[in-house]
Design a protein around this ligand. Structure first.
Ligand SMILES: C[S@@+](CC[C@H](N)C(=O)[O-])C[C@H]1O[C@@H](n2cnc3c(N)ncnc32)[C@H](O)[C@@H]1O
Length: 254
């Protein structure tokens, strides 16, 4: 997967050095990119405007494989995908371990229908048609694999103050300028059982933007952050979307 160099406690990214204990910088080459079959079918039939509204940009299979290698082990029994889309991450999880039960959230009925049509009936997937952010989870999971929607604050439409609500739940003061991926990351991390692992792909802006400060405090201060894969800004990871990318490897302290 292109050039990889590993750094410890010396992020090239100026003021992040104190919060990142271990990071891997990756220059993505062509093999990182490209969508696989269900994603191509969906993208060619659903208008881009609809996909943009829900932030439907798909994890390339090679990146999904890398994410599963951290989060899914032979011991994994329960897996959460909070934003399943067409199921790229689920497929990478099942390729690692077929004895898992997957809970998969999706808010958009159009893509959920496509996901159910394009995948054979799988007894070990529980699809939940709901907003992950407001759903009351009843259990904790061994693993989380997640590529959340990246939606700016003015595209988050809730009839209550979701930032204040989330802040109170996590005992953090959250900015009303936070991107949706910050809320997803906080909820995904706290959905892990002690010792559980998560791989989460999100943009890199939270590392420098003011709105990212509470998430740094949370991930580092509460001991979740194990490693960050930081994709070079010269790389474009997602087809149809110009965004920076990093993968967080998390582990909930036991
Ligand atoms: C960036 S895509 C990722 C899809 C897939 N997991 C992947 O990695 O390729 C995010 C998905 O989250 C869905 N989504 C958006 N808002 C959501 C919400 N509040 N709760 C659950 N899913 C949501 C979108 O419809 C979209 O399918």
């Amino acid at each position: 997967m292109g050039t990889v160099k590993k750094k410890h406690d010396q992020s090239e990214n100026n003021n992040n050095s104190s919060i990142i204990s271990s990071s891997v910088f990756v220059k993505c080459d062509e093999t990182c990119k490209g969508a696989s079959f269900p994603e191509e079918v969906y993208s060619s039939t659903v208008p881009l405007s609809h996909r943009r509204r829900y932030a439907q940009f798909f994890t390339p299979p090679r990146v999904a494989k890398l994410m599963a290698e951290w989060a899914i082990t032979s011991q994994t029994k329960t897996v959460l995908d909070p934003a399943v889309g067409t199921g790229t991450l689920i497929r990478s999880a099942l390729a690692r371990n077929q004895n898992i039960l997957i809970t998969a959230f999706e808010k958009d009925p159009v893509i959920l229908r496509s996901f159910l049509e394009l995948h054979p009936p799988l007894s070990h997937i529980e699809p939940i048609f709901s907003d992950f952010l407001t759903y009351d989870l009843k259990c904790e999971y061994d693993s989380v694999l997640m590529n959340p929607p990246y939606l700016r604050h003015h595209n988050l439409r809730y009839n209550f103050d979701i930032f204040d609500w989330f802040g109170k739940i996590h005992n953090l003061k959250l900015s009303r300028l936070s991107n949706s991926y910050l809320l997803f990351t906080l909820k995904a991390a706290t959905s892990l059982r002690p010792g559980g692992r998560a791989s989460i792909i999100i943009p890199t802006e939270w590392m420098n933007a003011n709105f990212g400060a509470p998430m740094k405090d949370f991930l580092v201060g509460r001991g979740y952050l194990r490693e960050i894969v930081y994709f070079s800004n010269c790389s474009t990871i997602f087809e149809d979307a110009l965004t920076t990318a990093s993968i967080l490897f998390l582990e909930r302290p036991a």
